[in-house]
Design a protein around this ligand. Structure first.
Ligand SMILES: Nc1nc2c(c(=O)[nH]1)N[C@H]1C(S)=C(S)[C@@H](COP(=O)(O)O)O[C@H]1N2
Ligand SMILES: [Mo]
Length: 339
């Protein structure tokens, strides 16, 4: 994992030429490069959410309205067809794609509309509270957070449960740094995160179909893992609203919906939190949501993915390629039951 001091952050052009678009995924890259993507793909688009999601009336749990997917893919057969490039190094996903193709249902279920609708979202002033089962509850402004926790670069894959992925050079800091400061009590076993609730600014929150606010959760050991970060930027720039400004979670070995955006509240709790997606469709979205090519979503395969900006599909890796670092967290657990 690349770690770059903020003093080394350069404008995008320099940044890109210096990195030559190659991804320093460390040990993960080596593994990934050996893997041939053998899940071909005739029509990539239909495997995932369309730009204007078609309501899937057969959606989960007999819910009357659609998008019931963290991104609402249109249900369809698993693609089979031509083979794909595979032994290629992993490149950064172009900035324009990262800021232009977003899941952020508070604004829209249309990925291409999110950036426009979120353009004027107010991310300052912004306050985050860290409370619940802690010795030292904290209320921090986003400026305090930036000052207190040195930002580093983390280049991670982001794998959406819908079957697409990106490689994103995040800026951020380990969530553990913040949690240690709050000093969890021994009764704390999980961390619960909440997104801002502000229907005035977030038109999607005027829909009563979703149980707003967006909530996510991690087991405390997952939250304390060094790979888990709070992100404040990407590509060396401050995070834009569509990517979850000013502060969003990034948990690279889990499906993208766990990486909750625009966080205002972090709480240490005893009981496993119920996420928005668990509440929406418990049979489809569990608490763990670890990337797992062997456990299909009830409505589509998770064996492969479309890397945004590439043609063809790549094979999806267990724990999104981070198994060496995180598989031990789930030792002895049945990963089919704990999806
Ligand atoms: N609050 C909130 N967080 C969210 C979402 C959302 O709709 N609301 N979508 C999730 C999903 S499904 C994905 S794939 C990622 C997408 O992050 P990106 O748009 O920065 O690529 O954000 C996740 N975090
Ligand atoms: Mo997603």
């Amino acid at each position: 994992m690349a770690e770059i001091k903020s003093s080394e952050i350069t404008p995008e052009s320099v940044y890109l030429s210096r990195r030559k678009f190659m991804v320093g995924l460390g040990m993960a890259a080596a593994g990934a490069a050996l893997l041939a993507a053998c899940r071909p793909q005739p029509d990539q688009a239909r495997h995932e959410a369309s730009a204007s999601p078609t309501p899937d009336r057969s959606g989960p749990a007999g819910l009357a309205e659609p998008p019931v997917v963290p991104g609402s893919p249109t249900a369809g057969p698993t693609p089979t067809a031509r083979p794909v490039q595979a032994e290629e190094p992993e490149a950064f996903t172009p900035y324009e794609d990262i800021i232009g193709y977003n899941n952020f249902y508070e604004f829209s279920t249309n990925k291409e509309a999110v950036a426009r609708l979120a353009k004027d979202f107010k991310t300052s002033p912004w306050t985050v509270t860290i409370g619940g089962l802690v010795n030292k509850p904290l209320t921090l402004g986003i400026e305090d957070i930036l000052k207190r926790y040195p930002q580093e670069e983390r280049i991670y894959r982001l794998r959406c449960v819908e079957g697409w992925s990106m490689v994103i050079p995040w800026l951020g800091f380990p969530l553990a740094n913040l949690l240690k400061e709050a000093d969890p009590l021994s009764a704390a076993r999980y961390v619960r995160f909440e997104t801002l609730f502000d229907p005035e600014q977030m038109p999607g929150q005027r829909s009563k179909f979703f149980p707003w606010p967006y909530v996510e959760g991690l087991r405390l050991d997952e939250a304390m893992h060094d790979l888990t970060i709070l992100s404040t930027g990407l590509y060396g720039k401050t995070l834009l609203p569509q990517n979850g400004a000013p502060l969003r979670l990034v948990v690279p070995w889990k499906y993208g919906f766990k990486s909750i955006k625009s966080i205002v509240k972090i709480e240490l709790v005893t009981e496993q939190p119920t996420s928005l997606w668990m509440a929406m469709a418990p049979d489809e979205y569990g608490f763990y949501a670890n990337v797992n090519p062997d456990v299909p979503h009830p409505r589509w395969s998770q064996a492969s993915e479309r890397r945004i900006g590439e043609s063809g599909r790549r094979r999806t890796l267990p724990f999104n390629g981070y198994a060496e670092k995180v598989a031990h967290l789930y030792a002895g657990m049945d990963l089919r039951q704990n999806y």
